[in-house]
Structure formats: C-alpha cells, structure tokens
Design a protein around this ligand. Structure first.
Ligand code: 5GP
Ligand code: MN
Length: 337
C-alpha cells in the first residue's frame, strides 16, 4: 500500500495517467472522474478518462465530457493507454467487475492503482485507497483527497467545483438523503464559492427531460407500477418494448425508482428493466432495510444499504417473480416500524 507521501512524490513529475469509473457512469462517477482529470491535467500530467460505456444525456453538458473516451469504441488504443499508464485512478467503484469489458485490462495493468470510493466491501485490487463507505458521494472523497490529503485547495478551479458539485448533488438526491451531513453542506458551500453554479447545474441535470422521457414517466406511473402493500414494497417492471416505444436512452430511467418509494408507507422500491444486454435491477429503501444484501445474494450486484443495483440473465417476468418471492423472507424487516 502507498502512503499519501509516496503518492505525492509520485505526482511531482509528469506521469501517464488513466482515470476510470464504473459502467454507465452516473453524475457522481463522471463528476469525480472529470474533477480528477482537471486537477491532474493542471499539474502537467498526461491524462485520459476512459469509461466502460456511454453516460446519460443529462450529463452531456459537463465540462470535459468531450474528452471522455468510451473503452469499447477504440479498444486497441485504450488498451495501450491502460497498459502504459503509470497510475490508474479508479473512481466510484471498488470491484473490477464494475468496469465490465475493461476489467482484464485494468487488472493486468502495471500502473499504480488508486481507488477513491464510497461503496462497501472493496475487492482489494488497489495500491492506494481513499475510501469511506459513510461518505455521501465519491465527489466528497475526491474533494477531501485534493484538499486534505494532497493539501491543494488552491488548485480547485470552477470546472473542478462544477464537476464535484454535480457528483455531490446527484448522489445525495439534491441534498436530501440521510447521507447529507453538515460536512456535505460545507463542501457544497465551498464549491459554490469556487464557481459551481448550483442553480444552473440543477437545471441542467433535472430539468432536461425530452418530451418522450416525460411521457414515459407518465406511462410507467400509470401502467407499470405495482404496489405490494403487505410488503410495503412498490416496483416498476419495464419491458424492452416499453423502452423502444418511448425511445429511451441511457439515463432516461434515472430517478424513476424514487417515485415508487415516494408512496406513503413504502420501505422498499424496485425498478426492473429489460435492457439489451441484461435485466437490470435498481433498489431503493428507507431506514434499515438492506437493498445491497438482496442485490448481492440474488442478483449478482451490490451497492449501499439504501441504494443498490444488480442484474440477471433470466427473462424479465422470471426476474420480477424472483424478486417478489424473495420478499416473504424479508417480511419482518419490511413491515416493522
Ligand atoms: P443504480 O440503481 O442507480 O444503478 O445504482 C445504485 C447503487 O448501486 C450505486 O451506488 C451503484 O454503484 C450500485 N450498483 C448498481 N448496479 C450495481 C451492480 O451491478 N453491482 C454492484 N456491485 N453495485 C451496483
Ligand atoms: Mn457514488
């Protein structure tokens, strides 16, 4: 394991660096990656952000987005960059299966692997970690890493502040989840002081629906929502045909699961979507109910206690039935107050 001093020393000379994050990057994943990108680039390093897949259209305004390389679009060249990197920053994930097709390339790479993350149970592929599962967002940890560990507050630019604010805002559900501590607000305040336009970022991320996406939301609420009162659980199941009908693209289902949880009395909400590759599950809960346990045990996934995800190769109706059948096992936890 590297010490902060050794890492600081490592970064005193220009290095070849790859920054990466998880499949289907969200606001925190992309925001943290681009913040680290700008911070390193200003120190004269040669930096490439390489991500395993495309990212949501509601992030298509972020500073630096045009420089993000999608791994599969030029695998050969990206493999060379990963292989030749002196350092690889791994942000917002802690297990290499989360980077899908990039897994082997990163696992076999010689470079020093730096993990900055807030998910439970790190796999242990890293050489240096700034990890705290209590943190509200990886963006919070990137801020701490730059400010406290690297003692470099003066390098924070408006671009970095914008990227980090986006991560903090999206992972806390606009500063409303339980993870939103006074410290989170202090960091947010500093980022606004540094140039993040909080109101504008909110507009760009949340008020950027296409007409189709808004109609899809209405359709799902009316036709695809099932409430299982006896388990205080609500779920959406969305077929491939539904996605095609409304021309749904990456990110368009983001936030949908929260509507199920917004029904009074619900403790658990699920969004089960038949994507081209696999059936993807998104779980959200209130209080002590462990979504990540269900995702880990039954759906090949993980995450946080109140927000987790997983996937399955079975047909959508089978996945939905499997999810429902699991609930009886958790009935006590779901129904107690
Ligand atoms: P979402 O439901 O928004 O896709 O993900 C919610 C949380 O669960 C995120 O923190 C995400 O990192 C985690 N997560 C989502 N999908 C997976 C998965 O397939 N495997 C693991 N380990 N975590 C996941
Ligand atoms: Mn995150």
């Amino acid at each position: 394991m590297f010490t902060p001093e050794a890492l600081k020393e490592e970064l005193t000379k220009p290095k070849h660096i790859v920054v990466t994050t998880h499949h289907k990057p969200d606001g925190d994943a992309l925001g943290s990656s681009l913040a680290i990108y700008y911070w390193l680039q200003a120190k004269n390093h040669f930096v490439h952000v390489i991500v395993p897949s495309d990212f949501p259209t509601f992030l298509d305004w972020m500073p630096g987005r045009e420089r993000v390389r999608i791994y599969t679009e030029d695998k050969a060249a990206n493999d060379v960059l990963i292989d030749e990197a002196d350092l690889i920053f791994c942000l917002d994930f802690n297990g290499l299966p989360r980077i899908h097709a990039m897994e082997d390339a990163v696992r076999n790479a010689k470079g020093i692997k730096i993990m900055i993350d807030h998910h439970l149970e790190p796999e242990g592929f890293d050489d240096y970690r700034h990890w705290d599962s209590q943190a509200a967002a990886t963006a919070q940890l990137v801020y701490d890493f730059i400010v406290d560990v690297m003692v470099d507050h003066s390098s924070l630019t408006p671009e970095i502040a914008t990227c980090l604010y986006t991560g903090l805002m999206t992972d806390t559900g606009s500063f409303r989840f339980q993870t939103t501590t006074p410290r989170v607000h202090e960091i947010a305040a500093d980022l606004i002081t540094l140039g993040a336009k909080n109101w504008e970022i909110h507009e760009l991320v949340y008020n950027s629906y296409t007409e189709n996406r808004m109609k899809f939301l209405g359709f799902c609420l009316l036709n695809r929502l099932e409430v299982l009162h006896e388990y205080r659980t609500a779920l959406f199941s969305i077929s491939r045909q539904d996605l095609n009908r409304f021309q749904i693209t990456t990110g368009d289902t983001e936030g949908l699961v929260n509507y199920a949880l917004a029904i009074s009395g619900m403790k658990l909400a699920a969004l089960i979507v038949d994507r081209t590759e696999q059936v993807k599950l998104s779980l959200r809960s209130i209080g002590d109910f462990p979504c990540n346990e269900i995702c880990k045990r039954y759906f090949n996934g993980g995450g946080h206690r109140n927000a987790a995800g997983g996937n399955s190769n079975e047909p959508l109706p089978d996945v939905v039935n499997k999810f429902k059948s699991i609930l009886s096992e958790y009935k006590t936890l779901l129904t107690h107050n």
